[in-house]
Design a protein around this ligand. Structure first.
Ligand code: HPA
Ligand code: ZN
Length: 319
């Protein structure tokens, strides 16, 4: 039985499995430039973050209707339940859909239709976090934020993803200020491909409560010391880090050193359809590659609940 855990770094669009992509392509009469799922899978060989993002955005063309988004989320929840997930904080990329002419309401209604059944059907509580694409403009993020106001009762927080280098956190100061004012939680990808200084900037300028990835904090002892002191959670994604070449091999992953340093790290799947596994697959992979014992795995699972945005009652129930 997989350990009960929370998943805190999961892009719902990154759960689009090749089989579902082809089924949705047929349903929506969208032509895919791949003959079949096998040929598509062969394209999942990435040299860096951008090479992944190019395919990730291209494949989203098959997501068009409310039903598509509901099917996508439901397929994820079914997989997550098998992997021991009891709580999921799920990212989505509104701009990646509105830019293709899919209205924001279609995306949110579709996703939340599936999430509404999640506790009852799968025993998984959920929250939605809308991410801004950091390689788009600050004005586009603001416009998206304002367009999302009618849905704030179904959105817990905001995040920042896509191409990191050259798009520092401070670019999004205003949208994070408005999110704080609106009572939304705040997270951001930082220190995946970008420098450790982006982590500091996300904390100081954007006021984030959690850092997604944060791997490159290790390049600056002062940043590590601060993350330890303030117990800022980091949502690590080991299989993603290997596939996007942030680390050479899983055996080189610094997860153990990060735990030993006292960092509040969690293990997550990022884009499981693309990176070779869901969250328990990530747990299993690091257990094997880094020879982690059961106590360490339990600590990682406990960290996931501690780092989550669930209320204290549910946290006590899950811990
Ligand atoms: N990094 C940045 N943006 C993303 C990722 C990621 O790992 N996955 C989906 N969008
Ligand atoms: Zn991510």
């Amino acid at each position: 039985m997989p350990l009960p855990k929370a998943e805190l770094h999961l892009h719902i669009e990154g759960t689009l499995e090749p089989e579902l992509a082809f089924a949705l392509a047929a349903r929506n009469s969208v032509a895919l430039p791949y003959a079949d799922t096998e040929e598509l899978r062969k394209a999942y060989s990435f040299s860096d973050l951008q090479s992944f993002l190019d395919l990730y955005y291209a494949l989203m063309a098959v997501l068009r209707t409310e039903q598509d988004f509901a099917d996508l989320a439901d397929a994820y929840l079914a997989r997550a339940a098998e992997q021991g997930v009891r709580h999921a904080e799920i990212f989505f990329d509104p701009q990646a859909h509105t830019a293709r002419g899919v209205p924001l309401g279609v995306v949110v209604d579709g996703l939340t239709r599936a999430l509404a059944h999640s506790e009852e059907r799968y025993g998984i509580s959920t929250q939605l976090i809308m991410c801004f694409l950091r390689d788009e403009s600050a004005d586009s993020a603001l416009e998206t934020f304002e367009a999302a106001r009618p849905y704030f009762d179904r959105i817990s927080g905001i995040g920042l993803d896509s191409a990191e280098v050259g798009n520092p956190p401070a670019k999004f100061r205003e949208v994070y200020r408005r999110a704080a004012e609106a009572g939304l939680r705040r997270v951001a990808h930082a220190g995946e491909e970008g420098p450790a200084s982006y982590i500091t900037e996300a904390l100081d300028v954007l006021g984030v409560e959690r850092i997604d990835h944060g791997l490159r904090c290790l390049e600056d002892g002062q940043v590590v010391a601060r993350l330890v002191r303030e117990q800022i959670p980091l949502t690590l994604c080991p299989l993603s880090n290997v596939r996007l070449r942030c680390v050479d091999t899983l055996a080189d992953h610094p997860l153990r050193e990060m735990l030993d340093a006292g960092l509040l790290v969690t293990v997550n799947s990022d884009d499981p359809a693309y990176f070779g596994g869901y969250v328990e697959d990530n747990f299993r992979a690091v257990r094997q590659a880094l020879a982690l014992d059961q106590e360490t795995l339990r600590r990682l699972a406990a960290n996931s609940f501690r780092a989550s945005f669930i209320d204290d009652r549910r946290r006590a129930e899950l811990l």
